[in-house]
Design a protein. Structure first.
Length: 226
């Protein structure tokens, strides 16, 4: 029994080594530029093990993306559900915190490779190819619908159409803030810093909340040039 458990643990460890290495290689080289040989070398394993565990580079890429996405969405869901527990009526800012925090904190966790996932996410989420659209839909459509529904519960006067646009615009802000780029400091001559995660999240949720509330007010929506 102990021997069997040790074997299972070893397989899991090997798979995690491959996933970590693949995440870094895909982030640096993209899907087309990455090779299973480079991934095997980074993981310190025989390349045959990649085929054994994941069958192909395509499936490995999808597994890399799904691993982080699943963890993000599990945490988002827990935070969201806690806000609505016991018939709670959370503030929009608190709901947006539950949405933003898992991605922004992960993206800035360089010790555990979160910065590599950030680069993959930007590539996949903005991709128009069939693979990118399929992977984004598979991993993020369900949680997106949950948050759109939650926004509609707590923002009076908001239509579903505008809630979806508000959600997607919030996604854009959140993805940009996953990486600590230093661009805020560059643009402000050092006055703005992006290294305080709590401040980054607080500013983002305030900005997105104001935008969503504005979408709920028809008088503030115009298609005419300003």
């Amino acid at each position: 029994m102990a021997q069997a458990q040790a074997a299972v643990s070893e397989r899991q460890d090997t798979q995690q080594l491959i996933l970590d290495a693949a995440e870094a290689v895909f982030a640096n080289s993209g899907f087309d530029g990455a090779t299973t040989r480079a991934i095997a070398e980074a993981a310190g394993v025989n390349s045959a093990l990649i085929h054994y565990y994941f069958r192909s580079k395509e499936r490995l890429f999808e597994a890399v993306f799904a691993r982080r996405s699943g963890a993000i969405n599990d945490r988002r869901r827990r935070l969201k559900d806690a806000l609505f527990a016991n018939d709670g009526a959370p503030e929009l800012e608190d709901l947006l915190d539950a949405f933003l925090r898992p991605t922004i904190e992960l993206g800035r966790d360089e010790e555990h490779g979160g910065h590599n996932y950030t680069r993959l996410l930007v590539h996949v989420a903005t991709g128009t190819d069939e693979r990118s659209r399929r992977m984004t839909g598979q991993q993020y459509d369900a949680i997106a619908i949950e948050f759109v529904d939650a926004i509609l519960k707590i923002v009076p006067g908001l239509t579903r159409e505008r809630a979806v646009w508000g959600y997607l615009q919030g996604v854009s802000v959140g993805v940009i803030l996953m990486a600590r780029t230093g661009r805020a400091a560059d643009l402000s001559d050092g006055e703005c810093q992006d290294d305080d995660v709590e401040e980054v999240i607080a500013r983002a949720r305030a900005f997105i909340a104001a935008g969503i509330r504005a979408l709920a007010d028809p008088s503030r929506i115009t298609t005419k040039p300003i």
